[in-house]
Design a protein around this ligand. Structure first.
Ligand SMILES: *Cc1c(COP(=O)(O)O)cnc(C)c1O
Length: 354
């Protein structure tokens, strides 16, 4: 070890899903949307006046903040935007979790939460999910420095109803409760109506999944104006120009196109429900997903072997090594024809190996 290494902030980073450079693969590994974004986005980008790029963007991101506020019918002072929800969540951890008591989140959830906690030296405690991967509201009635719940949860896909979310909020008035709603548009009900009642609630959402804009990097938080002000104070102490000019305009255009968005989500939900039936017929079991992916395990076939076989066949899915979930594959819902290819392969593989 070099003498200066002992003073370095060392972290074990989050490992994102692969982004292979070959293009003729079926990519079902990072929960991207298989449909293109709204045509309104194409219009903004192809006609973008590039001479304006010499100027800094609006640090307050007002066009995008206003478009999101209008879409949800909330005040513009209740909205914060960032470079994907990863950025919004990372800043939220830094802003809201600043105590000796541990923050709480499930043992199986988005694997970035413990990475941010380690990065910022925030004590944390993992609360085990039950056998069926559900969390229980009673487990969140202990002293804590904050709570983070993904709803629906990742990578399980399970949705918890709003009564349970409200129970956590009402039992923890001294803690900020972050609800990560990255997948809420695929069938769940957002905690948004609870914002009026609970000033300790922060809802985080993203354009990456349901709005087909993972490559653009847009995420946002919704909460009461005081929380949003604290978040902005930290943002302005870190990087005032987070969102670029093109992204701000493209994002505003995307969220205004409500019809396209609704149709896009319906397509995914339809394909997901079909996929559940096909997986069940092949002997897979899975928590009942309300997202754009299914977390499936086969009764006779090892998940890691299947993962490798799929990859060799040009079909990328996600496998996590953690003990409780190592026999599961997370399969993103793709286009109907991509799912046909997947199921053809699965059927023949299972016939040969089961
Ligand atoms: C995808 C995802 C995110 C991050 O998405 P961004 O692309 O950074 O907006 C956050 N939380 C969960 C649970 C996710 O699955």
């Amino acid at each position: 070890m070099k003498p200066w290494e002992s003073g370095i902030r060392k972290v074990t980073p989050y490992i994102p899903g692969e982004q292979p450079r070959i293009s003729d693969i079926i990519k079902l590994n990072t929960n991207e949307n298989p449909y293109p974004p709204s045509p309104a986005v194409e219009k903004v980008i192809s006609g973008y006046p590039t001479e304006t790029l010499r100027l800094y963007p609006d640090p307050a991101c007002q066009v995008l903040v206003d478009a999101i506020a209008e879409y949800y019918g909330i005040g513009r002072d209740c909205v914060f935007v960032g470079i994907g929800s990863d950025d919004v969540l990372a800043l939220s951890f830094l802003t809201f979790f600043n105590q000796e008591l541990p923050i709480l989140f499930p043992d199986i959830t988005y694997s970035f939460y413990d990475v941010w906690a380690e990065l910022y030296r925030i004590p944390f405690r993992r609360i085990p999910l039950d056998e069926g991967f559900a969390w229980h509201k009673e487990d969140y009635r202990i002293p804590n420095g904050g709570i983070v719940l993904a709803n629906p949860n990742a990578p399980t896909g399970l949705y918890a109803n709003l009564n349970d979310i409200e129970d956590v909020l009402s039992h923890n008035p001294d803690s900020i409760v972050i609800i990560d709603e990255a997948y809420i548009d695929f069938g769940g009900t957002s905690a948004l109506p609870l914002l009026k009642k609970y000033d300790n609630l922060l809802i985080v959402q993203t354009f990456s999944k349901s709005r087909s804009l993972a490559g653009m990097r847009i995420g946002y938080a919704m909460g009461n104006p005081l929380l949003i002000r604290y978040l902005n104070d930290v943002k302005y102490s870190f990087n005032s120009y987070t969102m670029n000019r093109v992204t701000l305009e493209a994002g505003a255009a995307a969220i205004k196109d409500r019809d396209y968005f609704v149709q896009n989500c319906q397509n995914i939900i339809h394909t997901r429900e079909e996929s559940k039936k096909r997986l069940a017929r092949l002997g897979f079991s899975f928590p009942d997903s309300m997202t754009n992916f299914i977390f499936a395990s086969h009764e006779h076939i090892d998940a890691e072997e299947l993962f490798t076989a799929l990859k060799e066949h040009g079909i990328f899915v996600r496998h996590f090594g953690a003990d409780r979930i190592k026999n599961y594959l997370r399969i993103t819902i793709g286009l109907p024809q991509q799912m046909d290819t997947l199921f053809d392969f699965l059927a023949s593989y299972i016939e040969k190996h089961a």
